[in-house]
Design a protein around this ligand. Sequence first.
Ligand SMILES: Cc1cc2nc3c(=O)[nH]c(=O)nc-3n(C[C@H](O)[C@H](O)[C@H](O)COP(=O)(O)O)c2cc1C
Length: 183
Amino acid sequence: MLLVLSSSLHPTSRSRILAKATHQRLVQQGRQCHFFDLAETPLPPCDGATAYGHENVADLAQRIRDAEAVLIASPVYNYDVNAAIKNAVELTGKAWTGKVVGLMLAAGGAGSYMSAMGLANSLMLDFRCLIVPRFIYATGESFEGNSLADDSISDRVDLLIRETLTISDALLAQPSDEASDDT
Ligand SMILES: Cc1cc2nc3c(=O)[nH]c(=O)nc-3n(C[C@H](O)[C@H](O)[C@H](O)COP(=O)(O)O)c2cc1C
């Protein structure tokens, strides 16, 4: 199982176009893939207490646990991912343990291209995620209405999918190491 997680809350989001194109391609390739849109299934703000019990949080946490790989699509806000995906990670915490994670960002300008690194670092350090070393960073010219604009961005989506699956399929083929320590 795979999961595409779209975090933009904007009604005509560009990162959601990336997320939908990714989900569509994975389904076309015969992969089982959930699509989770934080704009459609809102999560409560993480309070470190009662919010963990919210049914949408439990739903997302289970989809993350079920996934070999998670492909996150996020807007760039203030040289970072948006607050919604940070909140989602805060709420779902250990469900991320050991996941392969691919990242797609939609941005207003070319200069914020390192904006995924805070999220990538926290997923690596907190939950030992394997971050696919190939990000999509897309600005306005990559989109045309509700679609990807051209072969260039389309090829970049294909490449991220291919590299994500190469890693997650290889890990899935390994016998699990029950005895690994936690150091
Ligand atoms: C609050 C806010 C902060 C933003 N900060 C940045 C930024 O730091 N760098 C950048 O390139 N674009 C920035 N943008 C532009 C968005 O990244 C751009 O509109 C992008 O398309 C948003 O993704 P979405 O369409 O999926 O919602 C910002 C937009 C908003 C609303």
